[in-house]
Design a protein around this ligand. Structure first.
Ligand code: FE2
Length: 206
């Protein structure tokens, strides 16, 4: 699976505290890659702590919003696991939980590098103005040597222009749980359903 990235014990402990499902990835090489990509992206990001990473641009939400990458990612990942267990028990289809977990945990990894908080406002970084959410994250995962099944989950989860379709049941599950959590959050915060026609440019996406 390619290159390893050295993660300190402190970085790993912090990631485990906020995203505890990383530790449930069975394949050690894949699990270490997930720690590695998150730690490296955090080091290269404008943030010192993963809890500071925002999840939506102000433009996408039509105003200030305090949703975080950690809470969104944890909610989506927990929902994905519940969905997968139900589907597997109903139909007997063997879900690849390692691929599912890695893809769910990393589906928004590029937000660490594409979004920047300035007070109450979340804007695109210079990179965010040039790259497409989801597709940039997929590139990061590909460069880190993740399997194609994980890369596809990341690139297919967001309905950006030119996004590839989901290539597996695992990718469908992540895309649909992410959309569900996003739309529920929109309704809960009084913003109404987001519609695909509300295109705000390639960076401003869920
Ligand atoms: Fe996303």
């Amino acid at each position: 699976m390619g290159k390893e990235f050295a993660v300190s014990e402190e970085e790993k402990k912090n990631l485990d505290r906020h995203l505890p499902l990383i530790a449930t990835i069975n394949n050690q090489e894949l699990r270490n890659k997930v720690y590695g990509l998150l730690a490296r992206a955090l080091r290269e990001s404008p943030y010192r702590d993963i809890c500071e990473v925002p999840n939506f641009t102000t433009k996408l939400m039509g105003g200030p919003d305090d949703e975080t990458f950690v809470r969104h990612t944890r909610t989506v990942t927990n929902a994905v696991v519940a969905f997968a267990r139900e589907f597997q028990s109903a139909y007997g289809f063997n879900i690849d939980y390692d691929v599912l977990l890695a893809g769910a945990i990393l589906h928004d990894i590029d937000k660490l590098l594409l979004y920047e908080r300035k007070g109450k406002i979340v804007e695109l970084t210079a990179t965010g103005g040039k790259k497409i959410h989801g597709q940039y994250g997929a590139r990061m995962a590909e460069d880190a040597g993740f399997p194609e099944a994980v890369v596809n989950i990341i690139t297919s989860h967001s309905p950006t222009a030119g996004a590839v379709p989901p290539a597996s049941i695992e990718a469908v599950i992540v895309g649909c749980c992410d959309a569900g959590v996003f739309q529920c959050y929109r309704l809960m915060t009084g913003r109404g359903l987001w519609r695909k026609s509300e295109s705000l440019g390639p960076g401003n996406f869920r």
